[in-house]
Design a binder for this molecule. Structure first.
Ligand SMILES: Cc1cc2nc3c(=O)[nH]c(=O)nc-3n(C[C@H](O)[C@H](O)[C@H](O)COP(=O)(O)O)c2cc1C
Length: 408
């Protein structure tokens, strides 16, 4: 299918479903590390206010676990926990105060978990049986296939979580189907060897994520835009391929439940640097660990984190193939930094621009670019911010902290 290219401008209002966004810039879900004991505090409000005040059209709050077992880390919020609602309401009203839209990512980790409560059971759920090196030293060395009854319950948990998110004031929702989390495990031929209706063909491997997406749509009604974050490729031998992504995108488009695709790639447990590119995040991750076991986990995992050359817009070429295959709105993530990058992405007929590290470094970048004050980002893609998902103080740009202390 050849699409007619349109002349979109990143700073024009963008209508997504019934929402009008002030521009096409979306702050990516970047886990904040600001929910010690599972309960976010005032710092989460301040964290997201920076991006809303800095001019992003959409600000995404990361990783709302749809049930207790869906957490990767202890310091992650569970959407069914009543203790989180007051802070989330404050986060959304603060984002709204600056004219931005508030989005929440809903996720289930499957086997990508280090949640200490799960270590009372030696397994975590995934698509199929297997050893789970990711959970090994956290006492969760095996993964087992999620039974159909639990799949059903998990779909309900997505719907309940989505309703609670809307109750907390979120205007948009994002379902994480990439980066090796539970839906990504079901979609990946490397992790899904099931012989029931949830395994085999791509349609079968997508049955669970599609069912959850449908339940979320039914729960929130037609007016809440739902984003699906989807892998272009898993980034390792035997994982999901670009052809899988093209087919999956067509199926999602046909189902009609999602409003926007965000195209990404990589599998945290197997190919973590595929999703970031650039220098390995492992050394700063090891340095930040306070406990010996965690240091050991990351030291043993070091070979999974080899450097991977960084290139601006590193998913663009793959994403163009998906763009050519479907008509639904698509946003691109991954190494989008300069105003020139923004223009390229718009000229290639994508609908939105998703920014992670560049905004962690400079939350005001949308306003700065729009004013014409400058047109390149100071982010050096060093990946040191990634390590801070494990720090008690939450995610920061260490370069900014060093610059501030030198200036003092
Ligand atoms: C500190 C940090 C935490 C992240 N946490 C999440 C997350 O919770 N969910 C998610 O989908 N992606 C997460 N990501 C990945 C980003 O959303 C994005 O896909 C990736 O950083 C590439 O975009 P960028 O080049 O603009 O940073 C995280 C990235 C960073 C830097």
């Amino acid at each position: 299918m050849s699409k007619v290219k349109t002349n979109k401008s990143v700073f024009e209002p963008w209508k997504l479903g019934n929402l009008t966004l002030k521009n096409r810039i979306i702050k990516a879900a970047t886990f904040e590390g600001l929910a010690q004991g599972g309960v976010p505090d005032e710092r989460l409000v301040q964290f997201h206010e920076k991006f809303a005040a800095g001019g992003a059209g959409v600000v995404t709050v990361a990783y709302g676990a749809v049930n207790d077992d869906a957490r990767t880390f202890d310091h992650q919020m569970c959407m069914q926990d009543d203790r989180i609602m007051d802070v989330l309401k404050k986060v959304t009203s603060t984002i709204h105060k600056h004219g931005a839209v508030a989005s929440l990512q809903l996720a289930h980790c499957g086997m990508q978990t280090r949640y200490s409560k799960l270590s009372s059971k030696p397994f975590s759920y995934s698509a199929s049986w297997g050893l789970n090196p990711y959970g090994l030293l956290s006492g969760i060395p095996f993964m087992r296939p999620m039974p159909e009854k639990v799949i059903e319950q998990t779909c309900d948990d997505y719907a309940i979580s989505a309703k609670r998110a809307v109750e907390a004031g979120f205007d948009m929702l994002e379902l994480h189907m990439g980066h090796g989390y539970l839906f990504s495990q079901f979609m990946s031929p490397a992790y899904n060897t099931r012989r029931d209706k949830f395994g085999g063909s791509l349609e079968n491997r997508m049955r669970f994520p599609r069912l959850a997406l449908r339940r979320v749509r039914e729960a929130v009604g037609p007016d809440v835009p739902i984003v699906v974050k989807l892998n272009l490729q898993d980034g390792f031998e035997g994982g999901s391929t670009l052809d899988d992504c093209i087919e999956a995108s067509k199926i999602i488009e046909q189902d009609g439940d999602a409003s926007l695709l965000v195209l990404t790639g990589g599998f945290s447990a197997k190919s973590p640097m595929y999703l970031f590119r650039g220098p390995s995040a492992i050394k700063p991750l090891i340095a930040i660990q306070k406990n010996f076991i965690a240091k050991l986990v990351y030291t043993l995992a070091a070979k999974k984190f080899p450097d991977m050359p960084f290139k601006e817009m590193f998913f663009l070429e793959d994403a163009k193939k998906v763009r050519a295959a479907v008509n639904m709105p698509i946003a691109l993530v991954g190494g989008i930094k300069s105003m020139a990058n923004f223009k390229t992405v718009m000229n290639e007929d994508f609908d939105g621009i998703v920014l992670g590290r560049t905004l962690i470094h400079e939350p005001d970048l949308p306003k700065i670019y729009e004013s014409g004050e400058k047109s390149t980002s100071g982010c050096i893609s060093c990946n040191r911010c990634v390590a801070h998902i494990d720090s008690d103080d939450g995610v920061i740009c260490p370069i900014n902290v060093e610059m501030a202390s030198e200036a003092a």
